[in-house]
Design a protein around this ligand. Structure first.
Ligand SMILES: [Zn+2]
Length: 388
């Protein structure tokens, strides 16, 4: 399936389009902004603008062979790199580089099959030195089709905190400093502060914004991930993030049933006074590993809390899954949960999710998070005794 048309980002697109028209587009660009709003998609749109010989009115033509190849992620001069988990069993840098290229090809195939998806990895992904070397190697060659090559490098900050990262970052710095004349390098990052200052100082930074609700709805419907009614419903909760909307749809559709159920269990534990439920929830998980599982479960808990906030605010119609209502209603009527407490709780979940993607013991993350949520959500009720 080709990429659906880009949603939102009108200002950045106009800026890029003017720069291209004036022949003044910088060769090293950083697209930064909130997570999940489509920064890499914007990078691919810009790549399409660069390689399309018939762009007009500030848009690529979307009809020429170059455009169609970009939208099928098959253009030989548009190179999309994203962080990948470290492959097993690559004993030499050459083998690692080859294996990473195989994994990138597999991942690109998954994007072709489902352009509106959320990439998940069991192990924390990174940009490895071997991948940077691959980028350098491709960039040093002449473009295959036209006169330009474009590199879109997602989550560029993940070049820093991983092993051999300094070397990867330095190798990359060289490329940004002196890009080959035909190359445009587009980095994206939702944490630009984590990029090396030396990288930040070499790129022209453009900010991507949350996608407006109507644009996001259109994208979800056109991309065939949700019928209009469901799309409109999840968009209200997605706050301009395509990724959040896709996750919410998956929840409603019941795709990751286990995550949805796990998020529910966590919420119930948070609404139950005493340490027993809390510790049971923490101890039921493995003390290490399972990063993406816990992160997914915490995303699910976040959506449960969003629904709970909606019920607190009297907006029961915003809850996408009617089967969730009895639990949420009980939390409000019997536990006296307030909207303010729920909003504060969401902040704790976000913090815990960041920890879950790092090297912190999942049991500790869950135990600590549930203690905070119990205090926020039912603190007073628990202190008042068990009469209710
Ligand atoms: Zn075109």
């Amino acid at each position: 399936m080709p990429l659906p048309s880009i949603a939102g980002q009108e200002e950045s697109r106009a800026l890029f389009s003017r720069a291209l028209a004036n022949n003044s587009l910088p060769q090293s660009i950083l697209i930064h902004g909130p997570a999940g709003v489509g920064k890499e998609r914007l990078g691919l749109w810009l790549a399409q603008m660069i390689v399309c010989p018939a762009r007009e009115g500030g848009e690529p033509c979307r009809a020429c062979s170059a455009c169609r190849m970009v939208e099928r992620l098959e253009h030989p001069d548009v190179h999309w790199f994203f962080p990948l988990p470290r492959p097993d069993g690559a004993s030499t840098p050459e083998k690692l580089g080859e294996r990473l290229e195989e994994m990138r090809a597999e991942e690109l195939q998954r994007w072709r099959e489902a352009p509106l998806r959320v990439a998940e990895h069991e192990k924390a992904p990174a940009h490895f030195l071997a991948a940077v070397r691959t980028i350098q190697r491709i960039a040093s060659k002449r473009p295959a089709m036209g006169s330009n090559a474009v590199f879109v490098i997602g989550d560029a900050e993940l070049m820093v905190p991983q092993e051999s990262s300094q070397e990867a970052a330095n190798a990359f710095l060289k490329l940004l400093e002196e890009p080959p004349p035909a190359a445009t390098i587009i980095l994206t990052s939702s944490q630009p502060g984590a990029l090396l200052p030396t990288i930040r100082s070499r790129v022209f930074a453009v900010r991507a914004l949350p996608v407006p609700a109507e644009e996001l709805t259109r994208l979800l419907v056109e991309g065939k991930v949700a019928p209009p009614e469901l799309a409109a419903k999840v968009v209200e909760r997605a706050r301009g993030s395509v990724r959040r909307a896709i996750r919410a749809i998956a929840e409603v559709n019941g795709a990751p049933d286990s995550e949805r159920a796990a998020g529910r269990e966590l919420l119930i534990a948070a609404l139950t006074s005493g340490a027993v439920a809390r510790l049971a929830a923490a101890n039921s998980r493995a003390p290490s590993g399972g990063r993406s599982t816990l992160a997914g479960e915490l995303d699910s808990l976040g959506l449960w809390l969003r629904d709970l906030a909606a019920v607190c605010a009297g907006s029961r119609e915003q809850v996408a899954d009617p089967e969730a209502l009895p639990l949420l209603d009980r939390a409000v009527s019997r536990r006296g949960v307030t909207a303010e407490a729920v909003v504060r709780s969401m902040g704790y979940v976000t913090e815990a999710r960041a920890l879950a993607l790092g090297n912190v013991n999942p049991q500790l993350i869950v135990a600590d998070l549930l203690a905070k949520l119990q205090k926020e959500l039912i603190g007073e009720a628990a202190a008042a005794g068990s009469a209710r």
